[in-house]
Design a protein around this ligand. Structure first.
Ligand code: P5A
Length: 445
């Protein structure tokens, strides 16, 4: 993309309404625009990152054997009357009447609707196990929408639902989700720690929230610092292997890590003092096992091998897709702007032309731009007729991990400059070498 043809409405001033850094940078970098409290338009740069995050979530869901579908945002109230949650959900639910006077709602989650789909089409154990998921907008009329996309009213969620014959199979689905979530967040450059939590209006006893540690997080958390030393890394996971998934789940959840809702002072105090940490965290996902809570209420049964009929065992699993943009920025920025991890960056590399209109410099930029595109990458070429300082400030603010700077002085010596946004380090090399380096970085992901 050429910057002169793009829509990147950056703001020079710090917006007064933004209290935390991610919200401030998302507004300043022209990623989002608020349309009403907790409701945002996603401007091109923000939309690009949202799509990259969605893509990682999709890939990891499919890798774990889960099947995508799409349910609507609007739901009939009657389904929620069947489960009993129509009244329970209270003021967080946006209730709407259609022209026939029928009660509708904008879905805050989809346990009822997916159970309805299941009961309409599945009735034998032979069709199990089954995990269906979608990535769809939700609405929760939060009392205090704040911090931009972090606590929105309209927000994008990946929500998945597993259906299993036995409790043991459903617990495998739980473990499988836990492992696949670890991999999902790591691909985004995030450490998200599973912590014992409270299940709230979704229900069930078993639940873990995934928390990214950040001072601006809304949750209070308590943990053994040893938990921050573990990562999934490049391990080979077989998602059908119950023993392996359980072992990984236990590895990540055996150390003390809880939100304030389930905090146990005595257990916490049993950790060696130097490892006892209390901090704040951003909840970027949550997984639940609730057994037959919905299937019993809504009549979702399956015939077992011995011919009897039992309610299907279920769980649900959510990732805060739009919230993740905020969480990633909170975890990765400096005082000049955002620092995108390579896995989610809106453009792979920035190209800064230090002397727009100079034939040789323009030609060198064009050739780098085309070479990167030919390799399947998406560069952003700052071809504006502007000062170098202004171009650098824009690149730093929008946070592309790599920048190639091209100017007449370097070209005289046959070199351009390759700069890492994270370390600030620059290296001179030929244009070809810079292109090759960028290609190698993204091939290695
Ligand atoms: C699991 C999937 C559920 O709703 N039902 C379907 C279960 N879980 S949850 O924990 O309530 O939400 C899942 C994730 O969605 C994000 N989230 C939000 N993001 C932005 N703004 C909000 N107001 C908001 N509310 C929830 C969180 O990341 C949460 O973990």
């Amino acid at each position: 993309m050429r910057l002169t043809r793009y829509f990147l409405p950056v703001l020079k001033e710090n917006p007064a309404e933004a209290q935390i850094v991610s919200h401030r940078y998302m507004l300043r970098a022209g990623m989002i625009k608020q349309q009403a409290a907790g409701i945002y338009s996603w401007l091109p740069l923000g939309y690009k990152v949202l799509k990259r995050i969605e893509q990682i979530v999709h890939e990891e869901q499919v890798r774990a054997g889960h099947i995508p579908l799409l349910m609507p945002t609007l739901q009939p109230a009657d389904l929620w009357r069947e489960s009993g949650r129509y009244d329970d959900y209270g003021q967080e639910m946006l209730r709407i009447k259609d022209r026939q006077g029928r009660d509708m709602l904008y879905g805050p989650t989809n346990e009822e609707m997916i159970t309805d789909i299941f009961r309409s089409h599945v009735n034998s154990y032979k069709d199990l196990p089954l995990t269906l998921y979608h990535i769809q907008w939700k609405f929760r009329d939060e009392m205090r929408p704040r911090f931009g996309v972090m606590r929105g009213r309209e927000f994008l969620m990946k929500d998945g639902y597993n259906f299993d014959l036995t409790v043991e199979d459903a617990l495998h689905a739980y473990n499988r989700h836990l492992v696949s979530y670890l991999r999902t967040y790591e691909r985004m450059g995030l450490q998200a720690i599973p912590m014992r939590a409270d299940s709230g209006p979704i229900g069930g006893e078993d639940t873990h929230e995934f928390l990214v540690l950040a001072e601006t997080g809304e949750s209070e958390v308590f943990y053994d610092s040893a938990v921050t030393d573990i990562s999934l890394g490049a391990r080979d996971i077989d998602y059908d292997d119950k023993v392996q998934c359980k072992a990984v789940m236990e590895e990540f959840t055996s150390l003390y890590a809880r939100t304030d809702e389930t905090h146990d002072e005595a257990a916490f105090n049993a950790i060696p003092e130097e490892r006892r940490k209390s901090a704040r965290g951003i909840e970027v996902g949550q997984i639940f096992f609730f057994g037959t809570k919905y299937s019993e209420a809504m009549g979702a049964t399956v015939v077992t091998p011995d011919g009897s009929k039992v309610p299907v065992q279920m769980g649900s699993h959510g990732i805060g897709v739009s919230r993740l943009l905020g969480a990633i920025i909170e975890a990765s920025h400096d005082d000049k702007g955002i620092i995108w991890p390579e896995g989610v960056t809106p453009f792979h590399c920035g190209i800064v032309n230090l002397k727009q209109g100079d034939d040789e410099t323009d030609a060198a930029c064009e050739s780098i731009y085309k070479a990167l595109q030919k390799a399947g990458l998406d560069p952003l070429y700052d071809d504006r007729n502007d000062r170098a300082g202004a171009k650098f400030a824009t690149m730093d603010l929008i946070g592309l991990p790599w920048r190639i700077t091209v100017g007449p002085r370097g070209l005289k010596n046959g070199v351009v400059e390759l700069t890492s946004r994270r370390t600030g380090e620059s290296e001179e090399m030929t244009a070809d070498a810079a292109v090759a380096r960028i290609i190698a970085i993204y091939n290695g992901l």
